[in-house]
Design a protein around this ligand. Sequence first.
Ligand code: EPZ
Length: 428
Amino acid sequence: MERIVINGGRKLGGKIRVSGAKNAALPILFATILAEDVCIIENLPEISDVTDSLEILRAMGASVTMLDLTTAKIDTTHIVCGTAPYELSSAMRGSYYVLGAELSRFGKARSAIPGGCDFGVRPIDQHIKGFTALGADVATDNGYVVCDCHGRPKGAGIYLDMESVGATINIMLAACKAEGQTVIDNAAREPHIVDLANFLNACGADISGAGTSVIKIKGTKRLHGVTYAIIPDMIEAGTYMIAAAATKSHVEITNVIPKHLESVTAKLLEMGVDVVENDESVVVDGDNELTPVRVKTLPYPGFPTDMNPQMCALMCLAQGTSYMNEGVFENRFRYTGELAKMGASIKVDGKMAVIEGLGKLQGACVRAVDLRAGAAMVIAGLAAEGVTYIEDIRHIERGYEDLVGKLANAGADIRRETVPEEAVQKAN
Ligand code: EPZ
């Protein structure tokens, strides 16, 4: 079994470079299905969700070659509809972008009902609402979602009941080659949606309004291949900003787009953390005492739900009562039990967590219950007195490129180790 071991209390320093954005890379990789041509995608993060997505494309008949560790050459000319492998697709969330891409290209689609982080039920009713509006019959069959437009999708007006990132992306993909225009109202505005629209437009699509609540897609007959670089990962950047604040360190986080981090920067400034924005980096200085704060997570440009766990870990280190109101998912607080093992005092009532900041945490043996919760445990371990062991780190490695290496290079006493199975059985 693999685990992360952290000897806490060390300051960080120097620079930490952010990789490409996971939540932009996944839709763009599946959007290459629309090009029916060769695409070269640069600045891919080295994470298992990306390698799994490339595996899914290969299994569907694409030719995929890594030109270097972060650049993939993908030829989707010979993709076969409905062949995304069940085991890989059902293990991650982003695989369901196959549906929108296949609908656009083939007029029909089939993919496993998606998996991903467990924060309660994660329905896809808004995706289905969009596909149905575009003329598809949609059914579920033995764990698969099956769609059929009986010809080309037809442009339509779609109002989303909530600003769903996934549904906005999937409908954009499905509408790219539809007959006529599609308008998505109440669309999500995340930077990764803008990145996908930029990629698709570079391939010859006709999308306007990405980044606003109204996105217009004029269907085009053919798209073509392109070379495209993924934007930097704002959640990875925010995670390292909070790690610097939690360890009272002075760190420059590079390869970022500061505008994407505005809500995180604003909250850190409220807590007394110094943040200086440069063109492509932010410098965090966490020397001051941390002030408690109230946070509500919201769709972009609000405070990201994907920063909820990391911010809660930081709130534990402030002196006084902080509040975390989860405005996006129904059950994103499963990690608070793991922080409690480190001495945290957090009361959760539905979508509200009340954090009694005690100014310190103690090392313990904890689990990564999901991707961002795992990052929060690393942050807590960096700040804690003593040693922290983090298990189930596969969740972390789905979405963070070389988290251990980047932190070790910045001065953390952190390592990844393999514990022999017999030692694990004995301990249990
Ligand atoms: C994407 O998930 C991200 N995942 C999540 O990041 C992120 O937390 C989320 O967007 C919000 O920003 C990927 O991009 C792969 P949503 P997604 O559709 O698309 C409800 C991470 O850590 N909803 O915006 O699944 C849903 O239950 C991951 O990188 C419906 O009710 O999120 C939730 O309450 C975790 N019906 C809310 O909308 C639907 O059809 C927002 O979900 C779709 C969503």
